[in-house]
Design a protein around this ligand. Structure first.
Ligand SMILES: [Zn+2]
Length: 81
């Protein structure tokens, strides 16, 4: 999240649950790594470990998407030579 949005002076406030997050890490855990991620309060996780695992998988998925795009570009370049 810290890479996606600049940090507001008073932190981020979730308009679903009203909770305020001052630190980028806790905000990212709540809102998710991407603008289209589902906030934790909407998913209603009772087990915090489950949420943390989901957030790690979301980040890993984004990393893999970027690698996939890079590989497709390299493959396209190789085919045109
Ligand atoms: Zn919320």
């Amino acid at each position: 999240m810290s890479n996606t949005y600049s940090q507001p002076k008073d932190g981020w406030v979730c308009f679903h649950c009203g909770e305020r997050f001052i630190k980028p890490g806790t905000a990212c855990d709540h809102f998710g790594p991407r603008p289209n991620s589902i906030p934790a309060c909407i998913m209603k996780f009772e087990d915090k470990d489950w949420l943390m695992n989901l957030r790690k998988l979301e980040e890993k998925n984004e990393d893999l998407k970027l690698i996939n795009i890079s590989l497709k570009k390299r493959l396209k370049r190789a085919k045109t030579k």
